[in-house]
Design a binder for this molecule. Structure first.
Ligand code: AHR
Length: 524
C-alpha cells in the first residue's frame, strides 16, 4: 500500500545559505566520549595521530566541515582550562562529577579526569577533522578573568605572552585561532541556576573588553531550555538594559532540545523513565519523531521573542545541543555513561532535524548534535579497537551537499500519521524534508515517517527544469535496525537509482516506509 503525496520545490523562493556549521558536533568529558572515543593515547595499539583515534578522523573528513563544541555541556562549568595545558605528565587528576550521573548521583560513583586531553589536544583533533573549534567557557565556577586568559592562551601571537609560551610548549606556537566562544552552558540549570536577569549581568561582564589579538570573536549566549520563552525574553531585555549596543557583543543565542519517549512505566526517574534505544512500539517511534519536529516551533518561537528587542535580528540561533536521549541499557561498554545505541529511528530524527534547520537557514547559524561519539545520539560507537558508524552518521554524509548551499522553500503535501501518545491521539507529518541549490544541482531530502507504508510522490521543480535525477535512500528491514560491532553495515545507504519522469516536467518517486532519501536533481 502507498499513500500519494506532492512535493513542490520553489527555486525562486530562496531562504538563505545553509551554514556548514549547522553540521556541527559536540564533545563533552562524559562517559566514553573523550577517553576511548577520541583520545586513545600516543602509545596505544589503536591507530592514532598524536593520541587521537585515526578511524574517527578519517570518517569526520567525509562530513561537512562544521564546528566542534567542547568541553561541555554541564562539565564546562566545572572545568578549569589550566588543568588541561602544559606537560601532560604534570597535569592534575580531577573528579568529574558529571561523567557518570549528570549530577543526579552526587554521592558517586564518579569518574576521574586525567586531563590528558586539554585545549591543545582538542584543537589538534578539530584541525585533523578540518573543522573549527567552539569552546564553552566556565561561567559558574570561574571568574571572567579566567575566561579572557583562556582567550589569550588560545589566540595571542606566538611568543607574545607567558600564556602564548605555555601554548607553544604544548606544541602550538602559532595561535589556535578560536573564534567561537560559549559564555556558560545551561546557566538556568547546571551552569549556575541563575535567573535570566542574573545571567544577562554575568554575560555582559564576561564579554566586556575581551582582548581580540586580531581574531574575530563570536560569543554565544547560554539560551533556553526548550520552549522557555521567558528565559529568552528576560535575557534580551536585560542584556540591553544599558543600551542596545550590547547586542553587538553577541553572535549567537544557544538553544537545547532533546527528544525522548515519555515515561510509560512506574518510574519518572530522569534516566530510567525514558524510552529504550532499541525496543519501542510504532507509537513510540512516532512520538520520538514528533518530539524532533518540535524544533520547528522552538526556532520560530524564540526567533520571534528575540526580534522584540533585536529588531534587525543581528543575533542568530545556535542549537548547540540536540538529539535523542534514551534510557540506559544499550551501551556498548558499561563505562560509557549515556552511551546509548542508535537505530534507524535516530537516523530519521537526524533527517527531520537537519531539514528543519535548512528551512530556517535565515535563523539558525550553527547546530551541534549531542554527542559525537559514545554518548546520546552519536555518529560513532567505539570500544577499544572496535569502531562503527551509526545510522545517524550516514544521514550526515548523505546530507553533506546541503552544507553551504542555498536553501529554497519547499512545500510538502502528504497525509499525516495518527498515533497513540500515552492517553491521547496525536499526529506526525507523513512526509517532510527540505531543498537547497548549489551550482545547478538541487538537493532534496525527504523523510517518510510511516512505519509500514511507502509514499508515491510527484515532485515539481518550480522555476527550473530537471534534466536528470537520482535518489539514494537509507532504510532498514525493520524499524529497530542498527549497526553493531558484529554487523557494522546493517543500516547503510542503498545504491543510487534514477527517478522516473512524470507528466508536465515533474518527477515521480516511491519513498519507502521508515526511510530517509536524498534526491539529486541536475537543473537545465
Ligand atoms: O549532553 C548531555 C548534557 O545535556 C549536557 O552536559 C548538558 O548541557 C545537557 O543538559
Amino acid at each position: 500500500q502507498a499513500a500519494d503525496a506532492r512535493i513542490d520545490v520553489l527555486l525562486d523562493e530562496p531562504i538563505a545559505r545553509i551554514d556548514p556549521n549547522v553540521y556541527g558536533h559536540f564533545v563533552e568529558h562524559l562517559g566514553g566520549v573523550v577517553y576511548d572515543g577520541i583520545w586513545v593515547g600516543e602509545q596505544s595499539r589503536i591507530a592514532n595521530t598524536a593520541g587521537i583515534r585515526q578511524a574517527l578522523v578519517d570518517r569526520m573528513r567525509r562530513l561537512p566541515k562544521g564546528v566542534i563544541r567542547w568541553p561541555g555541556g554541564c562539565f564546562a562549568d566545572s572545568y578549569d582550562w589550566r588543568d588541561g595545558v602544559g606537560p601532560r605528565e604534570a597535569r592534575p587528576r580531577r573528579t568529574n562529577f558529571w561523567a557518570d550521573g549528570m549530577g543526579q548521583r552526587p554521592d558517586g560513583p564518579w569518574k576521574y579526569d586525567t586531563n590528558q586531553f586539554g585545549t591543545n589536544e582538542f584543537v589538534r583533533f578539530v584541525r585533523l577533522c578540518e573543522a573549527n573549534p567552539y569552546l564553552a567557557a566556565n561561567l559558574r565556577s570561574l571568574p571572567a578573568r579566567d575566561f579572557y586568559q583562556w582567550v589569550e592562551y588560545c589566540n595571542s601571537p606566538a611568543g607574545s605572552t607567558t600564556l602564548a609560551d605555555l601554548r607553544g610548549k604544548g606544541g602550538s606556537a602559532e595561535p589556535l585561532r578560536v573564534r567561537f566562544w560559549g559564555v556558560g552552558n545551561e546557566s538556568w540549570g547546571c551552569g549556575g541556576n541563575l535567573t535570566a536577569e542574573e545571567y544577562a549581568v554575568e554575560y555582559r561582564k564576561f564579554t566586556a573588553w575581551v582582548p581580540r589579538f586580531g581574531q574575530e570573536l563570536s560569543f554565544i549566549g547560554s539560551g533556553p531550555n526548550g520552549g522557555d520563552l521567558g528565559w529568552t525574553r528576560g535575557f534580551f531585555s536585560n542584556l540591553t538594559a544599558k543600551g542596545e549596543g550590547a547586542l553587538a557583543s553577541m553572535w549567537g543565542w544557544g538553544l537545547h532540545h532533546y527528544s525522548w519517549n515519555v515515561s510509560r512505566g512506574a518510574t519518572t526517574d530522569w534516566d530510567a523513565g525514558k524510552g529504550d534505544a532499541l525496543v519501542y512500539t510504532a507509537d513510540e517511534w512516532y512520538e520520538m519523531l514528533a518530539q524532533a519536529n518540535q524544533m520547528e516551533s522552538l526556532i520560530t518561537g524564540h526567533w520571534a521573542v528575540m526580534g522584540e528587542i533585536d529588531r534587525r535580528h543581528r543575533v542568530k540561533l545556535v542549537v548547540d545541543e540536540w538529539g535523542t536521549w534514551h534510557k540506559p541499557g544499550s551501551e556498548v561498554h558499561p563505562s560509557h555513561h549515556l552511551g546509548q545505541q542508535s537505530s534507524i529511528r535516530d537516523a530519521l530524527v537526524a533527517g527531520l532535524t537537519l531539514d528543519t534547520f535548512h528551512r530556517h537557514a535565515d535563523k539558525v547559524a550553527m547546530a551541534n548534535i549531542a554527542q559525537l561519539v559514545n554518548c546520546l545520539q552519536s555518529l560513532f560507537l567505539t570500544d577499544g579497537d572496535k569502531f562503527i558508524t551509526t545510522p545517524t552518521y550516514h544521514i550526515f554524509e548523505m546530507y553533506a551537499p546541503h552544507a553551504g548551499a542555498q536553501a529554497v522553500r519547499t512545500q510538502f503535501g502528504a497525509p499525516s500519521v495518527t498515533y497513540d501518545r500515552v492517553r491521547e491521539k496525536a499526529t506526525v507529518l507523513g512526509l517532510a524534508g527540505s531543498a537547497s541549490v548549489s551550482d545547478r544541482t538541487l538537493t532534496l531530502t525527504v523523510v517518510n515517517t510511516h512505519v509500514t507504508e511507502a509514499c508515491d510522490a510527484t515532485i515539481a521543480v518550480r522555476g527550473g527544469r530537471a534534466t536528470a535525477a537520482q535518489a539514494v535512500t537509507l532504510r532498514a528491514t525493520n524499524i529497530h535496525a542498527h549497526n553493531t560491532f558484529d554487523r557494522p553495515s546493517e543500516v547503510v545507504p542503498g545504491a543510487s537509482a534514477a527517478l522516473t519522469a512524470g507528466s508536465g516536467g515533474t518527477l515521480t518517486h516511491r519513498f519507502p516506509p521508515a526511510s530517509v532519501t536524498r534526491v539529486t536533481v541536475t537543473l537545465g
